[in-house]
Design a protein around this ligand. Structure first.
Ligand SMILES: NC(=O)c1ccc[n+]([C@@H]2O[C@H](COP(=O)([O-])OP(=O)(O)OC[C@H]3O[C@@H](n4cnc5c(N)ncnc54)[C@H](OP(=O)(O)O)[C@@H]3O)[C@@H](O)[C@H]2O)c1
Length: 211
């Protein structure tokens, strides 16, 4: 069982929060609109609570379910209130029209967040290659959905993997923090597939192990 705080009150917060509670984890939702946070907690049920933006989160794992443009700034504003937490960046820093990434070349949204996070708050990238609608619907063929995790801290990755398993996902370690850029590019690839070859967004990116 993990204790999860989710910053952000949108589609991904709703999808991950719902699954987290179903998986036996505790969930705190945090947003800049207090009434909206209370409404989401009520909607999620199962003991979901609300927290205060900027105050020490209740969860050991803090999921940043906000837009890329707000993510590093939020972590910077939290400062030491995030000390000792595992920070999970799920952002897809897409350029308008999905023409590229707006995170800096040679870096990633996750690395930008890691630069401003407390030294003892490891940052991992995860969940950015799973559409909220797909997470909520779950796997179609009984095979768990895959989640790719990038980060430099083995214990943080283990904690996020355990959480992922608790919500029915199959976690894969994608490598060190600089692989976050590759995961952001994989998010972009998914948008290309959705717009072209697949022609909808009801699909997931997964690993097929042959041997
Ligand atoms: N949707 C997907 O399928 C999907 C899949 C993978 C990854 N992602 C990534 O996950 C993140 C969240 O996506 P989403 O679809 O859940 O977005 P969303 O539905 O638009 O919700 C975004 C949430 O972030 C909050 N927010 C934005 N800037 C903020 C700030 N500066 N301070 C506090 N809260 C802030 C918004 O607050 P208000 O409610 O106050 O506006 C809103 O609650 C994005 O980075 C996205 O790229 C999304």
């Amino acid at each position: 069982m993990s204790s999860i705080s989710i910053i952000g009150l949108g589609s991904m917060a709703r999808a991950l929060g719902g699954l987290a509670l179903k998986g036996g984890n505790t969930v705190e939702v945090i947003g800049r609109d207090v009434a909206k946070a209370a409404e989401l907690a009520r909607e999620l049920g199962s003991g979901a609570t609300t927290g205060t933006l900027g105050a020490v989160p209740a969860g050991d794992i803090v999921i940043l379910a906000v837009s890329y443009s707000g993510s590093a700034q939020i972590v910077s504003q939290y400062g030491n209130a995030l000390a000792g937490k595992v920070i999970v960046d799920i952002t897809n820093p897409f350029a308008p029209g999905f023409t590229g990434l707006v995170s800096p070349d040679g870096s990633s949204a996750t690395q930008e967040i890691a630069e401003v996070a407390p030294a003892d708050a490891p940052v991992v990238k995860a969940f950015n290659t799973l559409f909220a609608t797909v997470l909520t619907a779950g796997p179609a063929d009984g095979r768990p959905l895959d989640v790719f995790i990038a980060g430099d801290d083995a214990r943080a990755k283990a904690a996020v993997s355990a959480f992922a398993e608790s919500i029915g996902l199959r976690p894969f370690d994608a490598g060190p923090l600089d692989m976050a850029r590759r995961l952001e590019e994989a998010g972009l690839l998914m948008m290309g597939l959705g717009r072209h070859g697949v022609q909808h967004y009801d699909f997931s990116l997964g690993v097929t192990i042959l041997h």
